[in-house]
Design a protein. Structure first.
Length: 265
């Protein structure tokens, strides 16, 4: 079986052409990256864009933590974190604890790689293309890097163990790695799926499932007392920002390929 990447397969989501940039910001981005791509090549230019994006995301994480800690130190207690934990405590029951613990394992260091690898390999075979593997590795690798660097840099403590459901976790709390990785992995898989889905209803269902997975994964971390709600909220925003950057980079690659093909024609 041969694997190829047809240049026009992924150009559309429904009737929208991903190689057409209709906003001034989009056209400006294409112009800037094209200038760099002519100098160092399109692939290196997009890798540079992704590297800058990771740096910006990590810096944003650190800045968010510093702002939060400053407010927390002044007020003595977080405006959101403690009430959210208190609400979770009132909802707990043995059977629900077991069910949510089993669910949150899907987004853990064992469950998430298995889920991502299985789904990615299925897409590689179904599409007869290495694009799903490349995009998923880039997206998940950046997400993991942001998680590790941010946790090491900030070192925020998790809620006290007396308020947590075992098994306990020992890594730093900020941001929530389960949540960040769930956003990025489910998001990039949904993106890859909708590129080849022709029904608007099916595309809407795919996106909805990805959103619900990422949202409920974050809520499960707060319910179990493994994270503060602000850990989860920042992970949602960081995950969406990184996902948007990866998808934008892929769109730029499609745009440059399309431009080069038209010039050769």
């Amino acid at each position: 079986m041969s694997f190829q990447d047809p240049e026009n397969e992924d150009h559309h989501v429904g009737t929208r052409d991903l190689t057409r940039w209709t906003t001034p910001v989009g056209r400006f981005l294409v112009t800037c990256v094209r200038a760099v791509a002519q100098w160092i090549g399109p692939r290196w230019a997009l890798l540079l864009l992704l590297a800058v994006g990771i740096g910006a995301a990590v810096s944003l994480t650190v800045a968010s933590a510093e702002v939060y800690e400053a407010v927390s130190d002044e007020d003595g207690i977080a405006a959101l974190d403690q009430p959210a934990l208190d609400a979770a405590l009132t909802m707990r029951s043995p059977w629900l604890n077991d069910a949510i613990t089993a669910y949150t394992h899907i987004g853990g260091p064992i469950g998430m790689p298995i889920l991502a690898l299985g789904a990615t390999l299925a897409l590689v075979v179904a599409r007869r293309s290495y694009t799903p593997l490349i995009l998923t590795v880039i997206a998940a690798g950046g997400s993991l890097l942001m998680t590790v660097l941010s946790k090491d840099a900030i070192g925020r403590l998790r809620p006290d163990r007396e308020f947590a459901v075992p098994p306990y976790e020992i890594s730093a709390s900020f941001p929530s790695g389960h949540t960040l990785n769930a956003v990025v992995v489910s998001g990039i898989l949904a993106y890859l799926l909708v590129l080849r889905q022709h029904s608007k209803r099916v595309r809407a269902l795919t996106v909805t499932v990805a959103i619900l997975f990422a949202f409920t994964m974050g809520l499960s971390r707060v319910y179990l007392g493994h994270h503060w709600v602000t850990d989860v909220a920042v992970a949602w925003t960081l995950g969406l920002a990184w996902l948007a950057l990866v998808i934008t980079a892929h769109r730029l690659l499609l745009t440059f390929r399309n431009y080069r093909r038209k010039r050769r024609a």
